[in-house]
Design a protein around this ligand. Sequence first.
Ligand SMILES: N[C@@H](CCC[C@H](N)C(=O)O)C(=O)O
Length: 310
Amino acid sequence: MNNPLPDNLSALSGLSYAKGHGTGNDFVLIADPDGLKDIEPQTVAALCHRHLGVGADGLIRAVHSEHLPEGRELLAAAPEAEWFMDYRNADGSVSEMCGNGVRVFVHFLLAEGLAELAAGESLTIGTRAGVKIIRRSANGYAVDMGPWEFIFPAEAAAGAMDSTVSAGGLEVPRPALSVSMGNPHTVVALAGLEELAATELFAAPAVDPVPANGTNVEFVVPAEPLVADGAGHISMRVHERGVGETQSCGTGACAAAAAIRYWAGDGAPDDWQVGVPGGTVRVRFLPAADGREHVELSGPAVLVFRGIVA
Ligand SMILES: N[C@@H](CCC[C@H](N)C(=O)O)C(=O)O
């Protein structure tokens, strides 16, 4: 069998990296403050390969915003966004945003001594989905993710569902709702935990219509009762664009909570606990200074080890 790994990884020989995760969504993190590393998609795929590389759901490069065109654009409006999270999926594709990743990114910056974040203060990070503001929270870090949006607003307004999703283990296509958190998501509600466990996510679910740049797909089961101790509770599995099934997806948890809250209608809570295979994240819907409702995601961030590419 053809093994493309050695040549692709040799481009990174000697590179120091850290490995970290947020509720099991795992990342290779590298510091490249001056934006000197030109990382090809094949190199990312080799590094993230579960058997032939370090193994991860994605690569996160910490680069000064001024060294990326996307970062320079953000700096005009938010000069405090010194650091930019350059996020790549395990297959090498670029993503706009990663909710678990941005917490781990900040944890990495602090551990490397590249930034400071005292309790009660916040740090502004540049991403391809705009700036994200992060503070410490009881469960780790809380991120102001900005507002959520329907991807197909006219269709969603007309019928509360705008697409269908088919996956192994599900006998018929299921109605779904596509939600943007800066990156695309399609949320499907299933009947119960047995159906959630039986859904096969080895292959990408078929979504119709697919959002313009592809989509991440969240399979969600509302708890019974849905609301306990003032918070909504849901269980979720996810198939990520550019990766496959992952243990968690932060932007996916936000999209799932937004969709279930929308379907639940008036009186649905603003506070949500989203259980994923790798743990639990919290999602809150809060009024923001810009007059819009923002989504706040919070959860843990862990660094596991550091290494050097051979
Ligand atoms: N796991 C991430 C999302 C990573 C990007 C995603 N696969 C995409 O292509 O949009 C998260 O925690 O949000």
